[in-house]
Ligand binder design. Sequence first.
Ligand code: ME8
Length: 473
Amino acid sequence: MNEKSSTFYVTTPIYYVNDKPHIGHAYTTIIADIFARYHRKIKGKENVFFLTGTDEHGSKVAESAKSHNLSPQKFTDNISEEYRKLWKNLDISYDEFFRTTDWRHEKIVQDYLQQLYDNGYIYKAKYKGLYCVGCEKFLSFDEIINDACIYHPNTALVEQEEENYFFKLKDFSLLVLDEIKKQSYKILPPEREKEILSKINGGINDISISRSGVSWGIPLPWDSSQTVYVWVDALLNYYSATKIYPNREKFWPPSLHLMAKDILWFHALVWESLLLANKIELPKIIFAHGFFTINGQKMSKSLGNIIDPNTLIEEYGSDATKYLLISSFSFGNDGDISLEKFKGKYNSDLANGIGNLVARVAKLCETSNFDNTNNTPVNNFSAEVVKWMNQYKPDEAIKSIWKLIADFDRDIGDDKPWKLESDKLKIKLHSYVGRILIIASDLEPFLPKTSDIISKIFNQKKIRKPDSIFPRK
Ligand code: ME8
């Protein structure tokens, strides 16, 4: 394997700092964390780069700052810090936290756009359209239902006419189409790739890459009366990160960009076009997962149903929060979650599932005074976990671990070890410890703290029954 193929670079979207993080943001970041931890175990820590961060420019953020009577910089500093705190509480193992207000990024964005401008890919034109501040973009007809944005029905659309600079997206979209067909880069799940292909085939307009009325942004290098369109600024974070942090250049191109379907268009077409225009290698995989609702309703401030992930972490701990979010619906599809369902799932899968199994096996070892000096350390993944992770199905991978747990529980019932005589019992317990260490190793990317606790318990010479690892709620 050469160095390139052995590196793994995974990203989350950089989240807007107009408001505090919610469980939608936590969801994508947990999935990215799983991929990062999984690949670190296979490829080594130094070959994995996990990037997350915050998207801090643009009118959406500026308006929010104003409504809080704070300067945009102060406001973004505060919210960006909320994200970092959350990722710490949630035990997210990112390598770098990106902020688009980092001056090194601002300089890279300016140089990048200057190069596009010098090469004739940017021109000035008038544009009139309906702008959604929630999405930070002009909407196309298929994104407007009942005079409102499909993603932000409560945000009033603004009719705007501006003289802006445009990027020749239309020309590059045909090259992107070729790259998708050649499979040089992939959009997953496959049905999303089909959507993008049909949208490109349906015809593309050039895209405005600057704004004249937004001062909270990076000035265009050749015309400081305009700032860089926040989406162009934001997409370039993935590239800047490999330039501004030491020893990250070897990670280009990104292995996996994660996001939900709401922002796939920018990632699947605009991003690639910007890269192709400056002759930069394309990312390998763009994965757009689904959107989840809460008790059947869209999460929104006005409905007051936004769940703060910190509340879940306080109630259940970081590992359980991760488990509950990723196992609630299938990765890639839309889904629905509810706090009541979380409680049920916590009790059935964590307290009664893995928690009970660990207690049961440890107790058997303790009461029979089992000598655990000869267990074999486990440091790889079960074939099922590898299979699903290679298919970008972390939820299926975790399901396969819960199948191991259920099978193991059933086998203990069938084996009735408490009836075995001493020699047979020793052999049985030896195999049990082996099985539970396999589960612990498989769990490492998904429930890292639990994995560590289980490994410690079952690597003791004299195994002792621990306090309950997931107390019933
Ligand atoms: O779009 N279900 O930031 P953002 C699942 N700054 N995922 C959800 C979700 C839900 N209900 N709600 C949010 C932006 N997400 C830009 C990105 S990247 C160069 C710039 C997650 O704060 C999901 O990952 O609006 C979605 O794509 C992202 O949050 C949008 O975050």
